[in-house]
Design a protein around this ligand. Structure first.
Ligand code: TXA
Ligand code: MG
Length: 320
């Protein structure tokens, strides 16, 4: 049985014992362990059923800790860290030799961020080691944005979820790496390309095939519901062809038009993409639990966080 609790000292005890705890962050819940404990890190991979070639993100509580993790901090990385930490930005940087290969999948780079969540920052401050934490979902399934999602996934395998409420951003961090002194986007996330470019100018965005080997968060099928899911331009039109099916629709909202559909998730009535992103995974979890014949998601405006939402929906809707 998994205990959902706010008891930080209990979480510390478990982590000091080389075991793992699910922790809240502003993006999604993570499955955390001591980066220096091989036992804890192996358990993270095993519980998630995650392939060992897929590296983990290191979480620290303050920029002063960065020297323990990385060997170089390029000027642009420094500016991004100053602008967005604590927050939903992960930087991929040259790693320090003391960072275990298990964390980085043998790469010479390491992903690092300072999460913006009071409980988790306070937990990190009280520990003598940083925490590695991938999203707290089985490999390939929908990411968790509240403690119940996590407990439902791992009731038999983890002993504690640190309760931190619903995740404010609701979509994973944006991942940026540096190649030949140039900032490169590895994963769209809860900080938009526009916000990043306001700080460092033009950001190189590789096409998906180029990114794939670097960030398996970019694997084609990822973030996926069990229910067959379609991504369409116009949900109302699409579902007319399936009048005999049990259908759930997920969309931003188009204000006035009502939809003849029993299970409708409208992520933001005022078309606010930040609000929509924060509701995305919880809505997918709800729809996926209804035993529907299909989920029909409608494309979001392709700007700002709409790009990140569309990216996740595209991955959720690859059906093979
Ligand atoms: O918002 C988030 O980033 C959440 C919370 C818990 O912090 N974490 C998260 O972790 O989404 P995960 O493991 O689900 O996704 C991390 C992604 C993976 O796609 C991984 O391949 C990529 O980061 N990554 C990690 N280290 C890397 C590296 N050295 N180079 C390139 N990509 C890396
Ligand atoms: Mg993940």
């Amino acid at each position: 049985m998994t205990v959902i609790s706010k008891d930080i000292s209990k979480a510390i005890e478990i982590l000091n014992n080389e075991d793992i705890v699910a922790i809240p962050t502003e993006t999604v819940y993570g499955l955390a362990g001591n980066i220096y404990s091989e036992k804890a890190i192996r358990k993270i991979f095993q519980v998630k059923q995650r392939p060992l070639f897929n590296p983990l993100i290191v979480h620290i509580h303050s920029i002063e800790k960065i020297d323990e993790i990385v060997s170089e901090l390029p000027e642009q990385a420094k500016r991004l860290a100053e602008a967005f930490w604590p927050g939903a930005l992960t930087l991929v940087l040259k790693k320090n030799p003391n960072i275990p290969d298990l964390i980085t999948a043998g790469k010479d780079t390491v992903a690092v961020r300072i999460p913006n969540h009071p409980e988790t920052l306070s937990l990190l401050q009280k520990l003598s080691f940083p925490l590695a934490a991938p999203s707290a979902n089985p490999f390939g399934s929908i990411s968790p944005t509240n403690s119940t999602h996590v407990a439902n996934y791992f009731s038999n395998t983890i002993s504690m979820v640190l309760e931190g409420g619903a995740c404010k951003n609701g979509i994973e961090s944006t991942i940026i790496g540096f190649e030949n002194n140039e900032a490169v986007l590895y994963r769209l996330g809860s900080i938009s390309i526009e916000e990043i470019e306001n700080v460092i100018g033009l950001l190189k965005v590789k096409n998906k095939q180029e990114i794939a080997p670097n960030a398996p968060g970019m694997l084609a099928r990822h973030y996926a519901p069990k229910t067959r899911t379609y991504l369409v331009k116009n949900a109302e039109k699409f579902i007319k062809n399936y009048s005999n099916k049990k259908i759930g629709v997920l969309r931003c909202s188009n204000g006035t038009s009502s939809l003849n559909c029993m299970h409708l998730e409208e992520l933001s009535k005022k078309m606010d993409l930040k609000e929509a992103a924060s509701n995305l995974y919880a809505a997918l979890h709800r729809l996926d639990n209804l035993n529907l014949d299909m989920i029909v998601a409608e494309l979001f405006p392709n700007t700002g966080l709409g790009k990140s939402i569309n990216d996740r929906l595209e991955r959720a809707t690859r059906n093979e």
